[in-house]
Design a protein around this ligand. Structure first.
Ligand code: HEM
Ligand SMILES: *[C@@H]1O[C@H](CO)[C@@H](O)[C@H](O)[C@H]1NC(C)=O
Ligand SMILES: *[C@@H]1O[C@H](CO)[C@@H](O)[C@H](O)[C@H]1NC(C)=O
Ligand SMILES: *[C@@H]1O[C@H](CO)[C@@H](O)[C@H](O)[C@H]1NC(C)=O
Ligand SMILES: *[C@@H]1O[C@H](CO)[C@@H](O)[C@H](O)[C@H]1NC(C)=O
Length: 628
């Protein structure tokens, strides 16, 4: 009796352990072969039997068991392809060359290369550009393949490591470029590295926590840092309550949901329902977002902040920082200003049409500023970037975007944050700054813009630069990536056509970091994605290392130019209420955003003034009024 019960329990256990056992005895120690990440060059690993797999190498340009043997054209392309570091070097040096290029048609050609890669030129109808393509084959620019790196339509998500309709269709998921590490692997990151991962708190404490503030060598300031946070939080809205890997921002891109709310109900509460405008309050004659009494939407404030002190903004967390409140105020004023312009042009239009058209203009202005000023600053390129959707009209390009988990992970740029905030001669600590609803109105927009434009932001790459107040966010990012089984840093290097690192010493020139990482992970192939991005050696005089740029830029460009307003049907004056509206989009700048919405025009920039800049700033002040 007793033995038969034991026997059936045993049988049950065996069944549970080997649910797919078919005939031949397979030992329970069989490793899922996809744990080795055997398929190279974007090949897809499909498991067949317990220990069998196949790589699908279709259209990878490679063949063979693991997609490792290049086809002849791949060989030619490889031979001609310069490394991203070489391209970066050229794009950030040789000013004379860029000055010539900037003023000629070459700028358009190069811009197209940056956006789509060399193939676009093959399709181009213009003879002269085909000719240029040939010339450029010997120049090392065309490697800057960008948008092709991001699959469109999207592929995997945190639940589906294979293509599925659910994964395509259910917008609540962030998409993923690489599927999760299979569940049943010998080590947390596949087959490499130790059996256990380092304690995330310890990892952050030892390698990411700030020792002494290290300013960004590219000169980014807090105006830049808060723009980054404000802009990206329209599409990074992790929905933890739903589970991991979900988002609340179902538009998956630049939709200005941080201004208008991420759903219709919220939008309707924020709208004035007159002349297309948003609700506002006037304080000393200046326009600010309304309180939640006037616009009853949920905002995330700590308990105890009375509703009359809570401002109502599209993004529910923007009460957190006066820097975010400042941008929210600027965009609110801009929206209402654009509504006035549109109404003057179209006296017959109703509230709805004025609102909707103003929103498209705001989205267009955002993309313009992000490409020509924000990305321009971040890249350090001397090639003058240009927002011109028509550059893509002759190439194969899918309009549409899906925000990826990896993009959200890599955008955790908390090292940007300083140790305190210097405004109008006052030094505010974090406890005085965070959730302090009066900072915005106490100083006003002009003083905040001026202060944030002058104060340096921290260098993001290179380690040891996250203020202790926000280190727990980095811990959270690492924990999330483990729960969602994000693949190793080196697998992402390969996915973005970068060479995987072969050792921690090659990965970083900081011996302490290399030593610590060696101890934590044991194997460079087991280094995790987010720590990899943050600790990689930075490029010379740069805010980031190679991987952050080479991985971040494709996500970013796809998100910006995949916007519907950039498509041929939309990108025309009528979409924006005619020439006047279209001109607003095409001439938008950060400076106008500020100075057309403030009484005095403060100093405004994405980088701290240098000696040279200061002189220019003085000159600028003189011409400012005729410019605007
Ligand atoms: C003092 C300033 C900041 C504070 C207090 C702060 C705080 C936070 C907190 C509490 C979270 C949520 C963490 C979690 O749910 O696990 C978060 C997420 C995030 N933060 Fe920050 N942050 C700051 C500045 C920045 C800046 C300058 C950036 C630059 C881009 C940034 C980018 C992000 C991103 C991308 C996320 C993920 C958002 C999501 O997935 O929903 N943060 N931050
Ligand atoms: C393919 O990859 C697997 C796993 O990494 C390896 O064992 C095998 O030798 C590789 N095959 C070839 C032909 O390189
Ligand atoms: C490129 O040309 C524009 C005008 O088209 C000018 O404003 C800008 O300063 C030039 N940039 C460089 C790097 O020469
Ligand atoms: C998306 O998937 C989640 C998790 O399975 C589910 O709860 C949610 O209802 C799905 N959304 C839609 C619109 O089907
Ligand atoms: C909030 O900011 C105001 C204005 O800078 C300052 O006077 C006040 O002390 C701050 N409040 C807190 C709780 O720190």
């Amino acid at each position: 009796m007793r033995s038969s019960v034991l026997g059936s329990v045993w049988a049950l256990l065996l069944l549970l352990r080997e649910p797919t056992c078919r005939g031949d005895e397979v030992s329970s120690s069989t490793v899922n072969p996809c744990c080795y990440f055997p398929c190279q060059h974007w090949g897809v690993c499909v498991r067949f039997d317990e220990d069998k797999y196949e790589c699908d190498c279709t259209r990878t340009g490679y063949y063979g068991e693991n997609c490792t043997i290049p086809e002849i054209w791949t060989r030619v392309r490889q031979f001609l392809r310069p490394s991203p570091d070489v391209v970066h070097y050229i794009l950030t040096h040789f000013r004379w060359l860029w000055d010539i290029i900037n003023y000629t048609f070459l700028r358009d050609v190069l811009m197209r290369l940056v956006l789509t890669g060399p193939e676009s030129l093959v399709h181009s109808e213009m003879l002269i550009q085909t000719f240029t393509h040939k010339v450029l084959n010997i120049l090392p620019f065309y490697q800057t393949v960008r948008s092709n790196l991001i699959p469109s339509p999207p592929t995997y998500n945190s639940k589906y490591s294979y293509l599925s309709w659910e994964s395509y269709y259910n917008l609540s998921y962030y998409t993923r470029l690489l599927p999760p590490v299979p569940e049943d692997c010998p080590t947390p990151l596949g087959v490499k590295g130790k059996a256990g991962l380092p304690d995330p708190e310890l990892l952050v404490e030892r390698l990411l926590k700030r020792r002494k503030f290290r300013p960004d060598p590219q000169g980014s300031n807090l105006m830049f840092a808060f723009f980054a946070q404000h802009f990206t939080h329209q599409f990074f809205k992790t929905y933890n309550r739903m589970g991991h890997g979900f988002t609340k921002a179902l538009a998956h891109g630049v939709n200005a949901g941080h201004i208008y709310g991420d759903n219709l109900e919220r939008q309707l509460q924020l709208r004035l329902h007159r002349d297309g405008k948003l609700k506002f309050q006037l304080i000393d004659g200046e326009m600010f977002p309304p309180t939640v009494i006037d616009a009853p939407v949920r905002m995330s404030y700590p308990p105890g902040v009375p509703p009359e002190n809570q401002i109502a903004i599209g993004q529910e967390v923007f009460g957190l920082l006066p820097g975010l409140g400042m941008y929210a105020t600027l965009w609110l004023r801009e929206h209402n200003r654009v509504c006035d312009v549109l109404k003057a042009e179209h006296p017959t239009w109703d509230d709805e049409q004025l609102f909707q058209t103003a929103r498209l203009i705001i989205i267009g202005e955002t993309i313009k500023i992000v490409i020509e000023e924000y990305v321009q600053h971040l890249s350090g390129y001397l090639l003058h970037l240009k927002f011109d959707p028509t550059l893509l009209f002759n190439s194969q390009f899918q309009y549409g975007n899906r925000i990826a988990l990896e993009f959200s992970q890599l955008y955790h740029w908390h090292p940007l944050m300083p140790d305190s905030f210097i405004i109008d001669g006052d030094e505010l600590s974090y406890s005085q700054f965070l959730f302090n609803t009066s900072v915005l109105t106490h100083y006003g927009i002009e003083k905040l813009v001026d202060a944030f434009s002058h104060q340096a932001a921290g260098q993001v790459g290179g380690g040891y630069n996250i203020n202790p107040v926000v280190t727990k966010v980095a811990v959270g990012a690492i924990k999330e990536s483990r729960q969602l089984r994000v693949q190793p840093f080196n697998e992402y290097r390969k996915r973005f056509n970068l060479k995987p690192y072969t050792s921690f010493k090659q990965f970083t020139d900081n011996e302490e970091i290399a030593r610590e990482l060696e101890g934590f992970y044991g194997d460079i192939d087991a280094l995790e994605f987010y720590p990899g991005l943050m600790l990689e050696r930075t490029r010379q005089e740069s805010i980031f290392g190679e991987s952050m740029v080479e991985m971040g830029a494709p996500f970013s460009l796809k998100g910006l130019l995949g916007n519907p307003i950039c498509s041929p049907e939309y990108w025309k004056p009528s979409t924006f209420g005619g020439k006047v509206g279209f001109d607003i989009v095409n001439s938008a700048t950060l400076k106008k955003l500020v100075c057309q919405n403030t009484r005095t025009c403060p100093h405004v920039a994405f980088s701290v003034p240098t000696g040279e800049h200061l002189q220019k700033e003085n000159r600028d002040t003189k011409v400012r009024t005729d410019e605007l």
